[in-house]
Design a protein around this ligand. Structure first.
Ligand code: UGA
Length: 465
């Protein structure tokens, strides 16, 4: 994937005659080279900062130093390699040296979901300990990881407990709004940048760090640290609510004979609603919506506040993951015992290899429990799914997966499924039964080829003709 970068690197900025900020170059140490850390490191280098990305995982750093990328993210390799070549992005395992040599320390380590829905803060705590042991000059400590509301104050407390003077650092919250699969574009062309800080100097430093965006007129919204932390969770929880809402409306459409495509289009044409995140499907997955909605609920319970809408969206999502199997069971007269079911798409959405909380996990496990054999294909997610569900057969392409299958379930909206040769699919399958949980297949062709099929929220269309 080629990302078009029009005006971000310093040289092009000058050529365009745009004003150069007073101190546009910040030295930034990014701690953690996972998905968020690596994209942020490359993006901030692209914006003209000098970035050192540090990780305790020596294998990741050696891949990066050898010119490789340890994760799957379209467009990331080229922006990393370009900035390494310009000498403004380097990688190290020496956390202390990175912290000492930079003014801004950006924490971008993982905060996985703990057993009780709370965020596991052990990686963040470990970075804070390293900062406490290393800090010898003033630092802006900027939290990029998605963290519980109150983390800025918690970090400040940890540092002060370890004897770090309060005037030796300033806390900043700078949440990310990157979607997997489009993270590089999301970083370079965001809708807004959110900066939480109680210090006007820190706000200025962050404006410098994001100078090309500020100059391009992208809003850099400054708030308190605690508001910024809340904005991140509230944004993800709201989007999750939106997806669960349209999924429930889709189920209602299936019961009433309405077409969710028309309903979503007309709803989304109201600017107050917007057309985004109104695509029905088999339920949301990934590491963010489930994790952040649960973390928000955990915090709300801690403060004795009810978030019934957020709670409802998670419950609706669990129910939604059952819909593809329910539809398939209906089409196959409740009998999948001994049948071969093809699954197209394992990742929680297209353009990622991430299968965490993917609805495909639920569908595959339920079908296996019911006695079916699974032939699965995903362009990127097969290796990850194999670790979770080893008993399925993982195929090298989509046509191998449907060979001799009694039914096909489409779980992820990869572009290649929408352009599949359906005549070839029809020839290769044992029986022509399809549940298209993402609505990507050509309905007219399915009908012409004699498929029995169903769609989420569009049963009226599937049953017509
Ligand atoms: C999400 C947010 O969109 C990002 O802004 C945020 O930074 C990120 O979480 C994070 O916290 O790190 P991501 O999880 O990569 O990004 O994926 P999304 O594109 O938001 O999709 C989430 C889920 O909702 C997917 O399972 C997707 O299939 C589903 N979805 C999305 C729908 O079913 N319908 C829609 O219309 C949109």
């Amino acid at each position: 994937m080629k990302i078009v970068r029009i005006f971000y690197c310093g040289a092009v900025l000058c050529m365009a005659g745009m004003p150069v900020a007073t101190k546009s170059v910040q030295s930034v140490a990014i701690i953690g080279t996972g998905y968020v850390g690596l994209v942020s490191a490359a993006g901030l280098a692209e914006f003209g900062n000098t970035v050192i990305a540090a990780d305790i995982d020596a294998s990741k750093i050696s891949i990066l130093n050898a010119g490789g990328i340890p994760i799957y993210e379209p467009g990331l390799a080229s922006i990393v390699q370009d900035n390494v070549a310009r000498g403004v992005l380097t990688f190290t395992t020496d956390m202390a040296a990175a912290i000492k040599s930079c003014d801004v320390i950006m924490i971008a380590v993982g905060t996985p979901m703990g057993e009780d829905g709370s965020a596991d803060m052990s990686y963040v705590a470990s970075v804070v300990n390293t900062i406490a042991q290393t800090i010898d000059s003033f630092k802006y400590i900027c939290v990029k990881s998605t963290v519980p509301v109150g983390t800025g104050a918690w970090i400040r407390g940890l540092l002060e407990e370890q004897g770090v003077p309060s005037d030796l650092f300033s806390m900043v919250s700078n949440p990310e709004f990157l979607r997997e699969g489009t993270a590089v574009t999301d970083f370079l062309y965001p809708d807004r940048v959110v900066v939480g800080t109680e210090s006007s100097e820190a706000a200025d430093v962050m404006r410098d760090m994001y100078a090309p965006l500020v100059r391009a007129g992208i809003p850099l919204i400054t708030t308190s640290v605690v508001s910024s932390e809340t904005i991140k969770y509230a944004s993800n929880a709201f989007l999750a609510v939106k997806v669960s809402f349209i999924n429930e409306i889709a189920n209602l459409c299936d019961a009433t004979g309405a077409d969710v495509k028309d309903v979503a289009y007309a709803m989304g044409s109201d600017r107050r609603i917007s057309p985004h995140f109104l695509r029905p499907g088999p339920g949301f997955g990934g590491s963010c919506f489930p994790k952040d909605s649960s973390a928000l609920l955990y915090i709300a319970h801690k403060y004795g506040v009810n978030l019934q809408v957020v709670e409802g969206s998670l419950e609706a999502n669990e129910a939604q993951k059952e819909i593809p199997v329910k539809k398939l069971m209906h089409l196959m007269h409740n009998d999948v015992q001994g049948k071969t079911i093809a699954i197209w798409g394992l990742a929680f959405k297209a353009n990622t290899d991430d299968v965490r909380y993917s609805p495909a996990i639920v569908v595959m496990n339920e079908l296996i429990d019911a006695g079916a054999t699974i032939q699965a294909f995903d362009p990127a997610g097969s290796d990850n799914m194999k670790k979770l569900i080893p008993s399925a057969t993982y195929c090298k392409d989509m046509y191998e997966a449907i060979q001799g299958a009694d039914a096909l379930v489409v779980m992820t909206e990869w572009g290649m499924f929408g352009t599949a040769d359906l005549s070839r699919v029809a020839q290769a399958m044992n029986d022509r039964v399809v549940v298209d949980a993402r609505g990507v297949l050509d309905i007219e062709q399915l009908r012409a080829l004699g498929f029995t099929f169903d769609l989420i929220g569009r049963s009226c269309v599937a049953n017509a003709g």
